[in-house]
Structure formats: C-alpha cells, structure tokens
Design a protein around this ligand. Structure first.
Ligand code: ATP
Ligand code: MG
Length: 232
C-alpha cells in the first residue's frame, strides 16, 4: 500500500485541500484510503467527524513523529493508499514522513512564498538522496489556480520548476468555492448539492483528473520494498 505525503513548509499552500480531494476520489474509485492527519489544526479530522461515514475512507487524528510508524503498521492490511497531511512548517516529522513515503506531493500556489516552501521540501529530498541514497519520487501540484487567467507569478513558478526538471502534474487544482465549502459542509463533492455550490460539475471533473494523474504516477503496486520488509 503506497504512502503519499503532502508537504510544503509554507502554511496555506493547499496541502489539506489536496489531501482531501485525493482521499475522497480514491475512495470513490474503490480504493481503501487512510489519511494520517499530522496537521496540528486537524482540518481533515474535523471534516471527517462532521461528515456522514464515507465508504472505504478512514482518518486517523493526532498523528505524531512517535506514532506514525505504528499507524502505518496497524492499518497496512486495511489500506490501499495512505495519505499523510503534514503541518505547514518545518518539522522533524517532514523528514520522517518522506522516509516512509513512496511518493511526495508538493502543493504550490502560483506565488513566490509558496514556491519557497516547496523548494525547502525539494532541497530536503535532494539531501536525503545525496547523503543516504534515498530516492523518493515526487511531483508538484499547482493549487488555487485561477480558471480564467494565468498570472505572471504562476508562469514564473512554472518556469522555475521546469528549470529544475521537477515533475509537475498537468492538472492544477483550480480555485473553486466547492473546494472551500467541502470543509464547512462535510461529505464529498458528490454529496454536495448542485443548486447550492457553483460549478460543482467542474470541481468534480478537476478532482477526478487530478486523482487519475496521481494514480498513474503511484499505482498500487509501487510500495517501496523497505515498507514491506519493516512490516514483515
Ligand atoms: N483550490 C482551492 N479552491 C478554493 N479554496 C482553496 C483551494 N485550496 C485551498 N483553499 C483554501 O485556502 C486555505 C488554505 O488551504 P489548505 O488548508 O488546504 O492549505 P494547507 O497547506 O493545508 O494549510 P496549512 O499549512 O495551514 O495546513 C483554506 O481556507 C482552503 O479552504
Ligand atoms: Mg493543512
């Protein structure tokens, strides 16, 4: 069961939103998903508590550096995909979670400060590779992208990522009220009412394409051998 960590040391980059959209999409597609909530604001856990039960989706709150291995171990037989939501700051949990991951997703809004937080994660990934030979595949997902205009800041961020040969998902997460409202309403994009949320069909399409791209990068068979060994 692959482990996907969402990381950006800048707060508010859209990590938790990206985790929630992927988790609900994967569960809808029939995968058993466990979200390990290590964000001290516990947005995913609060959303989960406010929601009707969602088939195949489990959220574990209060995940810490000390408890994360145990959660992975305890739930590995019941899980197809683990998603880890990290705090928006540098923390010892970041390196630990990366070390346990099959793929790291770096959500970045098209702005310089966010790109800096993403760069910290990319530097840590490079460091772990250079010092320990630990190569963890990773991708950037652009978040809160305006559906109508491409800003200069977004172009600058894209240029910088291309220069560094960083893999960027073709599907950005668009700025949509549905992606904000879901935290207030609970449930998923498919339990929200089309009359009350604007462009819900586009939001669903966006989430579907985003999840499909991640599934292509992280098929269920890619779990790193050391996970299997450590659990054996
Ligand atoms: N695609 C989007 N469309 C609309 N609103 C969004 C989108 N992505 C994020 N937001 C909003 O932006 C704010 C920050 O997003 P989110 O909580 O996902 O970021 P985060 O990186 O997890 O933050 P933190 O570092 O504090 O954990 C939230 O209010 C969220 O509802
Ligand atoms: Mg968060």
């Amino acid at each position: 069961m692959p482990v996907i960590t969402f990381a950006n040391t800048k707060g508010g980059a859209g990590k938790t939103t990206a985790v929630l959209l992927l988790a609900t999409e994967l569960a809808r597609l029939g995968h058993r998903v466990t979200v390990l909530d290590a964000d001290p604001q516990y947005w995913v856990s609060r959303w989960y508590d406010a929601s009707q039960p969602i088939s195949r989706l489990t959220v574990v709150p209060y995940v810490t550096q000390a408890s994360i291995d145990r959660h992975l171990e305890d739930l590995r037989d019941k899980t197809d995909y683990f998603l880890i939501d990290l705090p928006g700051a540098r923390s010892p949990l970041l390196a630990k979670a990366i070390g346990l991951s099959d793929h790291v997703m770096i959500p970045i809004q098209g702005c310089a400060m966010d790109a800096q937080g993403g760069a910290h994660v990319l530097e840590l990934l490079q460091y772990l590779d250079a010092k320990l030979g630990l190569k963890v595949p990773h991708s950037v997902v652009l978040t809160r992208v305006n559906s109508m205009v491409t800003t200069r800041a977004l172009l600058a961020v894209k240029g910088l990522l291309a220069q560094r040969n960083v893999d960027v998902l073709n599907t950005p997460i668009i700025e949509r009220s549905a992606f904000r409202d879901i935290f207030d309403c609970g449930g998923t994009l498919y339990t929200m009412s089309e009359d009350r949320v604007s462009n819900l069909d586009r939001a669903r399409e966006n989430a579907r394409l985003y999840a499909e791209e991640i599934l292509r990068r992280v098929p269920m068979t890619v779990a790193r051998p050391q996970m299997a060994q450590s659990a054996a």
